[in-house]
Design a protein around this ligand. Structure first.
Ligand SMILES: Cc1ncc(COP(=O)(O)O)c(C=O)c1O
Length: 430
């Protein structure tokens, strides 16, 4: 090309959760059976959608209006329903104009970061869900500002670290949290949320709260939505149906804007996000249309509780492995584990029976710049077919991996975790 097409460094950005799929697919061709523990898609892991839910969607498909464009902000009745739900909690009060639907939260996240001035930075947790960090890197063209979640303390946020970033970096305009968290499964306490809101208030910042897992909590935990504690601070909450119904293929999520008019800069920013959506006309109509009927259905709560009970059963799954720093998960459906310091190196390996598979994987992990946990994860994939994601790909210096808790077959689930435990031992002792 006669001119550079991409910014320096941007060609190197990768989304490892999906990247590893390419490797796994190559291994499949060599006969390796893959367990997809890399991605938060309950459908891939055998979730069976109840008939009543399918019937609601089928009925909606027969209605011509679901085939058309909808309002740029989204279907009005659904936005009214969401307002009722949020407002009835007694915290932040919103109107349908404070809600914008997107083609999945991936779309919302791209617009939330993409609408910011490149100097304005969002402080986010480390480890962090990749789409947020890539969104932030993409808009700012530099590494994200990160506050630490403490692997040694149940993945609770390091509040001193968070305060220090804000104190020393005047470009920080917002604090982003994911509650319940991906990749750690940590649930923020009400006290911590109030503290974060107070820090935002004192420093004139806004809050981005990704609450896509808000109703997926267990082990007696409760999630407090940010709307309950936000008071007068401007904020954006992200919610969606990908994980809860679960319908990730619907590409349907929304933002709720709290205190949207309390600050002129924030008002203009939200307006820019809306303009971005206006350029696309609107988001997918059909899934928006069915949300109220599905959530109000008498069997919805029970169905969700049954799913959540399965995640709870697995929430301590790798705690017996001495080499790992494991925290029980209390929400969402991922577990992030870190290897204890210094345990991984670039010489370790696991025996891989198939010589072609061995050659393929050795070729990938022996390239310069491959992190020790990526090396580990690729070896596990080749030797066992279990597809997990390196922890270091979630913007953290910690070395470990993220595994999902989604396997529907309990025996298979236990087999996966016991295979992982066994192979970790073999790898570390090699
Ligand atoms: C924390 C978090 N936010 C957003 C998303 C994206 O969801 P969607 O399917 O709505 O794009 C995910 C998907 O895994 C997620 O884990």
């Amino acid at each position: 090309m006669r001119t550079d097409l991409v910014r320096p460094g941007s060609g190197e950005l990768t989304y490892e959760i999906r990247n590893i799929v390419n490797v796994a697919e190559k291994l499949q061709k060599h006969g390796v059976r893959i367990n997809w523990e890399n991605i938060g898609d309950p459908i891939v892991k055998g979730e069976v959608i109840p008939e009543w839910m399918k019937e609601i969607v089928a009925k909606a498909v027969m209605d011509n209006s679901t085939w058309g464009y909808c309002h740029t902000r989204g279907v009005l009745q659904t936005r009214e329903y969401i307002c009722e739900t949020t407002n009835s909690r007694g915290g932040a009060q919103i109107t349908p104009d404070d809600i914008i639907f997107f083609n999945g939260l991936g779309d919302a996240i791209a617009k939330i970061y993409g609408s910011l001035r490149s100097e304005a930075r969002v402080l986010m947790p480390s480890p962090s869900y990749t789409t947020h960090t890539l969104g932030e890197i993409g808009h700012a063209h530099s590494a994200p500002s990160l506050f630490r979640l403490k692997s040694e303390d149940k993945w609770r946020p390091d509040m001193d670290d968070l305060r220090n970033h804000i104190k020393y970096n005047p470009n920080i305009c917002a604090i982003m949290i994911i509650n319940p968290d991906n990749p750690t499964g940590m649930v923020y306490t009400e006290e911590t949320l109030r503290e974060i809101v107070q820090i935002a208030r004192e420093n004139d910042l806004f809050i981005i709260a990704d609450e896509v897992y808000i109703n997926i909590v267990y082990n007696g935990e409760k999630t407090v939505p940010i709307s309950d504690v936000i008071g007068d601070v401007p904020a954006i909450s992200l919610k969606g149906i990908s994980k809860e119904f679960p319908w990730p293929g619907s590409r349907c999520g929304w933002i709720e804007v709290y205190n949207g008019n309390s600050d002129e800069q924030f008002r203009k920013y939200v307006n820019l996000i809306l303009t971005g959506k206006m350029n696309e006309v609107c988001s997918t109509t059909l899934p928006q249309t069915v949300i109220p009927e599905i959530v109000r259905h008498p069997e919805y709560t029970l169905y969700l509780q049954e799913r959540i009970a399965c995640y709870e059963k697995m929430s301590n799954c790798l705690s017996q492995v001495p080499a790992l720093q494991v925290n029980r998960t209390n929400g969402a459906f991922y577990m992030a584990v870190a290897f204890k310091d210094g345990l991984l190196n670039h010489r370790q390996s696991i025996s891989i029976a198939n010589s072609e598979v061995k050659e393929l994987v050795e070729g990938l992990v022996n390239q310069p710049g491959v992190s020790p946990d990526k090396r580990f994860v690729y070896h596990i994939l080749a030797a066992t077919g279990i597809c997990i994601v390196p922890l270091s790909s979630f913007s953290t210096p910690l070395q470990g991996f993220r595994v999902t808790l989604l396997e529907k077959d309990e025996n298979e689930c236990r087999r996966i975790y016991s295979t992982l435990s066994e192979k970790i031992g073999e790898y570390l002792n090699s």
